[in-house]
Design a protein around this ligand. Structure first.
Ligand code: FSX
Ligand code: SF4
Ligand code: F3S
Length: 374
């Protein structure tokens, strides 16, 4: 449950009030700066901003979704990560986590929006149904479309947490019975930061809010509206199974010895080669694991329309890219004698060498998580 925030407090003051030390604060700043992709020279700047800046008022709306995004957020692994946001931003309205309910909750929101008009961040979880005048999602008798337009009007910027509000998500999957759309299909006149994933990683959610709190600007976005520091790379680019992909070594079935040894899950449907997310380098739950590390292929949960891109265990055809990737997929055929030329020869030679090395390591019993990472 959210404790009452003191208006006008800085982030740092709020942290101290809750019993954390300066040392906890600095550890948090260092931790989050690293996740935000900042150089160590900028840690002081982040600390200074959090020491001196007033907390951002935040209104957090929920529409068509499962609330997994809130669940992920409150489980950010650093003890202060969710805490600093949930208790130190002025989180004036989130119907999932706030203590108030019913009329009191709605009144608190109206009051905050009025007092902070033009200065609050609007966070949206969930898609918005548009069919039949939006009747498929109503809160306190009002449609999601109506509520979204009202909350967006006074917002400084909008953060869409989760694939539902960013792309439409599961309710927009074919045949999209309620005519669900993402936030940017309705709101056209505000900066929108998309933080997709079903759900997104908790530290990514915290990092995006902290970026705004620290620098007063939205982070650099890609062409799809996602923060580049978290969505600039494919899962495939930081996957610890990548050496096996490059070497053309694929697990053929779930729970096989190969899958356990770290063989690539591409043939089992992995969407990592076409999915932009930070899972490979940030991982989940205190950096413990992510789907691929648990033995299940990436299903592309941060991609647009991923629910329609199944069955998830069916292998992707035509992986975009060139050179070693495409070649690696065909390596089994190529090494038996087909003539290849130019760059492909080099790529295959590299793959063959890698494959031999990985195999040899296995024979020697040396393949473990440590040397795969290396
Ligand atoms: Fe959607 Fe978030 Fe998936 Fe669920 O709220 S992104 S269904 S994890 O919870 O919106
Ligand atoms: Fe990892 Fe999937 Fe790429 Fe294989 S295809 S390296 S399992 S992301
Ligand atoms: Fe989602 Fe793939 Fe990461 S399924 S959690 S983007 S590994």
């Amino acid at each position: 449950m959210i404790k009452t925030n003191k208006k006008g407090e800085t982030y740092y003051e709020s942290i101290l009030r809750k019993g954390y030390t300066r040392r906890d604060f600095m550890k948090f700043v260092t931790y989050m700066s690293a996740f935000m992709g900042l150089q160590s020279s900028m840690i002081g700047q982040v600390a200074k901003a959090l020491e001196t800046k007033k907390r951002l008022p935040v209104i957090w709306e929920h529409f068509q979704e499962c609330t997994g995004c809130s669940e992920s957020f409150i489980r950010s692994d650093h003890p202060l990560a969710a805490d600093i946001i949930l208790e130190t931003i002025s989180l004036d309205y989130t119907d999932t986590l706030m203590a108030a309910a019913g009329h009191n909750a709605e009144e608190a929101k109206q009051k905050s929006m009025k007092e902070n008009y033009g200065n609050y961040i609007l966070v949206v979880e969930g898609a918005i149904p548009t069919k039949d005048d939006g009747v498929y999602c109503t809160i306190a008798g009002r449609t999601a479309i109506d509520i979204l337009k009202e909350s967006a009007a006074g917002a400084l910027a909008i953060i869409t947490f989760g694939s539902c509000s960013a792309w439409g998500g599961i309710q927009a999957a074919s045949p999209n019975p309620t005519g669900s759309v993402p936030v940017d299909a309705i709101i056209k006149d505000k900066p929108i930061i998309k933080v997709p994933g079903c759900p997104p990683i908790g530290e990514v959610m915290t990092g995006v809010i902290l970026h705004y709190a620290t620098f007063g600007t939205i982070p650099e976005l890609d062409a799809e509206g996602r923060p580049k520091q978290f969505y600039g790379k494919r899962v495939h680019d930081s996957c610890y199974r990548r050496p096996y992909f490059d070497a053309g070594l694929y697990a053929e079935s779930f729970d096989s010895d190969e899958a356990k040894k770290g063989y690539c899950l591409y043939k089992l449907g992995c969407r990592g080669p076409v999915t932009y997310n930070a899972c490979g380098f940030m991982e989940w739950n205190n950096g413990i694991s992510f789907p691929i590390k648990s033995g299940y292929p990436c299903i592309g949960c941060s991609s647009n329309d991923f629910w329609d891109n199944g069955p998830f265990t069916e292998r992707l055809e035509n992986v975009p890219g060139f050179g070693i990737e495409n070649t690696a997929d065909k390596i089994g055929k190529i090494v038996v004698g087909a003539a290849v030329a130019g760059a492909a020869v080099h790529a295959v030679a590299t793959n063959v060498a890698k494959r031999k090395e990985l195999k040899r390591n296995e024979c020697l019993g040396e393949v473990n998580e440590k040397n795969i990472k290396e």
